[in-house]
Design a protein around this ligand. Structure first.
Ligand SMILES: [Zn+2]
Length: 170
């Protein structure tokens, strides 16, 4: 197992619509394990495949705390079936360094996906898990949380980020 390098804004892979996974094979299982390891190491509460450079519909999520942590959800082709209510949550992202912002999301979602055995999974989520699932599924559609804030805030972040990257010489 290896930690995977995390792609950061404005890497174009983060803006790509990811393709569905037809079959969960050894490569996908290994990728999911490595993504989980990378998420715990970061640490973060979720990670989507495009964040490690793979534009496919796979996410890992673990919103538990303390000793409960370590049992990641690994979801293939996750889809939001129902969304209701509204909440505002201060979000960050491993691919959007040094920035957080308040984002409006649905308060509750029903998500359908497959697990790594190809079996259907249904999740009803609220609170942090609901936010996290919406955030990760957004990644699969090439959308970052900064695409859900005001244009002014986004362009201020973009300028700051590009300046930072120039300083780092990348
Ligand atoms: Zn993210």
């Amino acid at each position: 197992m290896a930690l995977l390098p995390i792609r950061t804004y404005p890497d174009p892979v983060l803006a790509q619509k990811c393709r569905p996974i037809d079959q969960v094979d050894q490569d996908i299982r290994r990728l999911a394990e490595e993504m989980a390891e990378t998420m715990y190491d970061a640490p973060g509460v979720g990670l989507a495949a495009p964040q490690v450079g793979r534009p496919i519909r796979l996410i890992v999520v673990d919103t538990a705390e303390g000793e409960q942590r370590g049992n990641p959800m690994m979801l293939v082709n996750p889809e939001i079936l129902e969304a209701e209510g509204e909440l505002v949550f201060n979000e960050g992202c491993l691919s959007v360094p040094d920035y957080t912002a308040d984002v409006h999301r649905a308060a509750r979602v029903k998500v359908q996906a497959r697990d790594l055995d190809g079996k259907p999974v249904h999740i009803e989520a609220e609170g942090l898990l609901s936010v996290c699932l919406q955030h990760e599924i957004d990644h699969l559609d090439g959308r970052l949380f900064i695409d859900r804030i005001s244009q002014l805030k986004r362009s201020m972040y973009r300028k700051r980020r590009l300046k930072q990257l120039r300083r780092e010489g990348s």
